[in-house]
Design a protein around this ligand. Sequence first.
Ligand SMILES: C[S@@+](CC[C@H](N)C(=O)[O-])C[C@H]1O[C@@H](n2cnc3c(N)ncnc32)[C@H](O)[C@@H]1O
Length: 250
Amino acid sequence: MSTIRNIIKTILPLELKELYILKRKKSNFKKKTVKETFDLIAKDNFWSSEESVSGPGSELQHTKVLITELEKLFETHKVSSLLDLPCGDFNWMQNVDLSKLNYLGGDIVQDIIDKNKSQFEVENIKFDVMDIITSDLGRQDVVLSRDCLVHFSYSNIVKTIKNLKRSKSTYVLMTTFPGITKNKDIVSGEWRPLNFDIYPFYFPQPEVLINENYQGKEKYKSKSMALWKIRDLKIPFRLRVYCMLYKMFN
Ligand SMILES: C[S@@+](CC[C@H](N)C(=O)[O-])C[C@H]1O[C@@H](n2cnc3c(N)ncnc32)[C@H](O)[C@@H]1O
């Protein structure tokens, strides 16, 4: 047993340090399921935006560029089915021209979906309660996942990527911060910026990168939406091992 421990210590020092920090961390979300966590966040308007229950990042001032660029991307990539997961309260997405595609908005919070259904559902725009980690996502042209994995532990990120692969959808369009030089693990429900180019993800160059022209702090100015073919996303061996160790210690 001690030999195995020594081998792990030698080849995975970064991973062990990360697990140790996470284990000692105090967080209100630690003992909660992902659903309980985000129900609570929505109920308390935890992200404190007056405009959107999905937080300041979902306000119109931060999403103007994205609205225009998404419309262009739908044209260039001939998108006819779009799963927006999580859709949050549809605050900015309602300004995107979705008339030429079938849009499905999903979120883990029932209350958010009920409100969206009553306010925004039409023939080609539907909403449903869905969990990006476990739900059947259907086969989509694009799964758009903005400001979601930045709230997940590495373990839940890996489960999400596996679920995206299971769906056999073509593309995922999701948040990344190419200017960030170091990633870290968190308890799901917290937030940190993530750069999918670097350790522990090492994703390939995205096919499209949309810088959102984020209006807040300088250090987050690289906030972007990146488009990858889902089949090109591989989960690196070290990240798989990290998730195994995470499971053992939690
Ligand atoms: C910061 S908001 C972003 C919403 C939207 N993408 C946007 O840009 O406005 C994060 C959303 O993720 C939802 N969420 C968290 N975990 C989820 C999961 N496992 N499956 C689906 N939605 C989830 C939360 O309820 C919340 O509405």
